[in-house]
Design a protein around this ligand. Structure first.
Ligand SMILES: [Zn+2]
Length: 423
């Protein structure tokens, strides 16, 4: 609107100018040699204006013709891009619908029109995988991995394929490359940890795991793979620090301290472990070198000092006192244990032995023994190392269940938490 008004104003000004000049009168003379042309001034001005206008038109036309091929190319390119995008969308729909043949066809169309763009390559790989053509999918992933901007996508696809065909060394290599391409990706960290556990690379698994419940077990497992004694000792110390109640770690740490000439520190470690979570193996290691029965009772008292009321403490003292002939002390501990409702089979067997020592081979002694043995037969079994995945019992802790190959499933299972056996 404003432009139209401006044009009208300019036109009016031009006409007014011409009319003013026409009233003013005058001529324009053009002389070339003997020829002389005389033109009225208004006419000359109009002719000049028309000439300028024509010149402008010709220049515009030339510019338009020069830009024409580029414009045609751009239009064609836009058309191709539109078709490619439409094919991509159809490929996505086909993938979601689970029709791999349609997806592959549409991806091929999109690839012809859009070229090897990351999103096209990714869809191509997914379509090939859906069609069960893993090799073709791998080719697409490799093309993705070769590009700087989509390297992580390609490596991620190749890693997933390696995991699927259980090629663990390749998977680990790809995971490391992907980590370098995209440091700190949470998904990748999780994948690398899983891979480390699958390949039994405990040190790597320990480095990748979040500090928590599994740290002690992983550190101890890593120490068994360590060839350097100093580093192995450091891992054992780390395992004990992570969970003082994890008996295998405490035992390994104490053993290392003792062999390094620090028996007192080794004993302290076992005492701390007992205070955290008593375990019969801790007592066996603590009392191993004590042969005098009375001294064994004293040593056992020192060991359980931080956790006296625990059933395992009561059983240990009761047993040690019984072996030293301190029947009063033994009865005090074992009766308390039996009365607590937390006793397992071992406590009743110890009480049976106590009756034998106290009453000898008498009818009353035999009757009392028989009573405890009957109770023992129906009592809860003693805790043991048990795999939570397959339910197999094991003589010792192991990071991997030898029976079902599960990782981190063997735990010291107290009788109270044992599942009721199926009838
Ligand atoms: Zn198992």
């Amino acid at each position: 609107m404003r432009t139209a008004i401006l044009y009208l104003v300019a036109l009016a000004a031009g006409v007014a100018g011409i009319l003013w000049l026409a009233r003013l009168g005058g001529d324009v003379q053009l002389r070339a040699g003997d020829t002389e042309i005389v033109v009225a001034l208004p006419l000359a001005i109009v002719a000049f204006a028309v000439f300028c206008l024509l010149l402008l038109l010709v220049a515009s036309l030339i510019g338009w013709l020069r830009r024409l091929p580029a414009r045609l190319r751009a239009r064609k390119e836009a058309k191709r891009r539109g078709e490619g995008d439409a094919a991509l969308t159809r490929a996505l729909v086909a993938l979601a619908a689970g029709t791999p043949d349609v997806a592959r066809l549409e991806v091929r169309r999109a690839r012809e029109r859009l070229g090897d763009k990351p999103q096209v390559l990714l869809l191509a790989a997914e379509a090939e995988r859906l069609a069960g053509r893993e090799d073709a999918a791998a080719d697409a992933f490799r093309l993705l991995a070769a590009r700087e901007d989509s390297r992580f996508l390609g490596l991620r696809g190749l890693l997933r394929q390696a995991i699927q065909r259980e090629d663990w060394p390749t998977a680990q290599r790809l995971a490391r490359e992907a980590e370098a391409a995209q440091p700190g990706a949470a998904w990748l960290r999780q994948e690398r940890e899983t891979l480390a556990l699958r390949t039994r690379d405990w040190r790597e698994a320990l480095a990748l795991s979040a500090p928590g419940a599994g740290t002690a077990a992983l550190a101890l497992a890593a120490s068994t793979q360590e060839t350097d004694a100093t580093r192995a000792g450091e891992l054992e110390r780390q395992a004990f620090a992570a969970d003082a109640g994890f008996a295998p770690a405490a035992l390994a740490h104490a053993r290392r301290l003792k062999s390094a000439g620090s028996p007192r520190r080794a004993r302290t470690v076992l005492e701390q472990a007992w205070a955290a979570r008593p375990h019969p193996d801790l007592a066996a290691a603590y009392l191993a070198e004590e042969t005098d029965p009375l001294q064994r009772v004293k040593a056992a008292d020192t060991l359980v000092h931080g956790n006296k009321a625990h059933p395992e403490s009561q059983l240990l003292i009761g047993r040690a006192a019984l072996e030293a002939g301190l029947t009063g002390r033994a009865r005090q501990e074992l009766d308390a244990l039996a009365g607590s409702g937390k006793a397992d089979r071992r406590a009743y067997l110890a009480l049976s032995d106590l009756e034998e020592v106290e009453q000898g081979d008498t009818p009353a002694g035999r009757a009392a023994q028989a009573r405890w043995l009957r109770t023992a037969a129906t009592a809860a079994p003693e805790p043991r190392w048990r795999c939570s995945a397959c339910g197999t019992d094991h003589a010792a802790w192991d990071p991997v269940c030898p029976n079902c190959q599960s990782v981190g499933t063997i735990a010291w299972t107290a009788p109270q938490t044992l599942p009721v056996p199926a009838a």
